[in-house]
Ligand binder design. Sequence first.
Ligand code: FAD
Ligand code: NAI
Length: 456
Amino acid sequence: MEIYDLVVIGGGPGGYLAAERAGHAGLKTMVIEKREFGGVCLNEGCVPSKTFLNSAKVLDYANHASNYGVKVSGIATVDQKFVVERKNGVVKMLVSGIKAQLKRNKVTMVNALGEIQGRVEGGYAVKAGDQTVVAKRLIIATGSMPVVPPIQGLKENIEKGVVLTNREILDLTEIPNKLVVIGGGVIGLEMASYFSSVGSEVTVVEMLDKIAGPTEKEVSKILQKSLEAKGVKFNLGCKVTAVEGDGVVFEREGKTEKVSADKILLSIGRRAVTQGVGLENIGVNLERGAIVTDDRMRTNVANVYAVGDVNGKIMLAHTAYREAEVAINNILGKNDVMRYNVIPSVIYTNPEVGSVGETEESAKAKGLDVKCVSIPMTYSGRYVAENTALDGVCKLVINNKTNTLIGAHVIGSYAGEFIVTVSAMVDLEVDIENIKKLVFPHPTVCEIVREAIFQI
Ligand code: FAD
Ligand code: NAI
């Protein structure tokens, strides 16, 4: 059996980046992917959804062009077939880029199911299609899949194609008249934003009393209002109890209601993929369905690491990237640990949301002595120049004891791009007085951070 320094199972962001970094460092590396390299992120997640959302943004601009003194004759509409074709082109280009990077770094790519067979002398036996190799070390990066709860009628309607997950909805070539979204989390909101822009009647049914899960309350409310202004209807505090061929049944304060639908999106969370990987053959510990890892991405089994969604910590592509680097650095004998408190997140709705660190609520729950400042985005000249809906905010959370920023929450244009600026300030624990001395280019929307800092 051929011996590899490292075998990576799963070719998504966690897996491909780990393999790339390992190959670059001179390790003899194999990466095994059962479907498409690029994983969920490139093929049916981050990239396809953002391609869709960009088309919606262009459409929104075209239909509101007169607000900016631009005359457009007639109503702009979307060519959904073209949107899907364009998305496929974007995915193809990026996936081939990843494969080229892996090749450049001398990584062996195998397109097959990867299964750990057990321990052998010198490592672990791994089956990759019709070959079995020995891995001195293993990285499990098998990702996640949608949660499908035992709701009456759900499975049957998935099979009938009435209920869609992220995979199918991002291949939809026809715009449904009525789309019901189960779950007002990130996937649900991004898809609600897209489909409402392109003409669907969208209804979201969410179990909690707010949308966007852990998002800062003030920001979450503004996002809800913005989406409502686009026509999205929200049913909050409503638990789905059944799915029928023509709609979704839910309970509101003990009473049963039904909302009709042509298509239904199921987006109530994701779970780690741990089946069919052979984890039981070497005794990898799981907790609540996900692989248990420490801050160096080590599992309980020597020389076996797990990165990305499969460890169930923070299911974001950039978390997977960083975890992959931490794992490789530890394999290479470098001291590197994963910190989860400063991972930015972005919701790519229109308007978009950028968040990092503590919210006012989470900081107070931890007993931290904090002050908060929240200012309207209209403090930014560029924001006012470029928008007509001017309801965005920027909220900062400051630790009084250390006089540093510990959280930032922004809703408005480019928030997803400039949140990294604030992340750096939070991560590097820069003193507020030093932040005040930083020069921001003018006019930029990012200047809102500087404005907010001076309001403290
Ligand atoms: P995955 O990307 O899930 O990759 C795992 C790979 O392993 C898959 O390709 C799978 O086929 C393969 N595999 C599984 N088992 C085996 C096996 N036994 N043998 C071989 N191969 C196997 N995150 C963001 O940061 N930003 C976003 O904008 C964003 N948008 C998203 C939009 C949607 C609709 C969805 C669903 C997710 C989105 N995410 C986003 C989350 C992001 O896609 C994931 O966090 C990321 O893909 C996780 O990477 P991963 O490598 O852990 O797993
Ligand atoms: P999610 O966890 O973000 O949201 C799921 C929502 O469904 C929650 O608000 C929950 O309360 C609700 N819910 C659960 N059961 C329900 C029920 N029976 N009836 C009604 N509502 C119910 O999960 P989602 O949207 O599926 O996304 C999965 C993950 O993918 C995200 O957590 C995120 O990690 C990642 N993602 C990231 C994106 C980004 O970074 N922009 C975009 C899309 C996904």
